[in-house]
Unconditional design. Structure first.
Length: 146
């Protein structure tokens, strides 16, 4: 009889502890939509990166396919190196000093030598500031809110 009561007491304490931990988890958990939003954002990032990689790979294979069979690997490697250099040079004279995950205000200008665009001005965006175009040359003007 004592043994049965002890066993029931242990089970009851275990159930109460489990319920308390579940309740604590529900109270301290982040917004339930956060997982869904994060999953969607992760999917979008992965899709964008995969698409970009697929375009590069497809273009490299197309260029290499027109080459003699013994040269295809070298042609593809040269294309890939040029593609990466082109992606980096898209930042114009701003290939360093960027803060990842931070918003920037940029002004695009016409590029030269067959390049469509170039960055004419760049400014790290800050809270509490309105940005607008200034008269030429292309620049960014700021007005503090408040």
């Amino acid at each position: 009889m004592v043994r049965q009561r002890t066993w029931m007491f242990v089970v009851l304490v275990g159930i109460l502890a489990a319920l308390g931990l579940v309740g604590l988890g529900r109270v301290t958990a982040a917004d339930p939509r956060a997982y869904h939003d994060g999953a969607l954002a992760g999917y979008a990032d992965g899709f964008r990166d995969g698409r970009a990689e697929g375009l590069q790979e497809g273009r490299a294979l197309a260029v290499a396919a027109a080459s003699p069979p013994g040269m295809r690997d070298r042609v593809k490697a040269a294309f890939d190196a040029g593609y990466r250099a082109g992606a980096d040079s898209a930042f114009g004279g701003y290939d360093g000093g960027w803060s990842l995950g931070e918003p920037y205000v940029i002004v695009l200008a016409k590029g030269g030598n067959g390049i469509t665009y170039r960055i004419a001005a760049r400014l790290l965006a800050r809270d509490g500031v309105d940005y607008h175009r200034c008269p030429p040359p292309a620049s960014i003007c700021q007005t503090r809110r408040g």
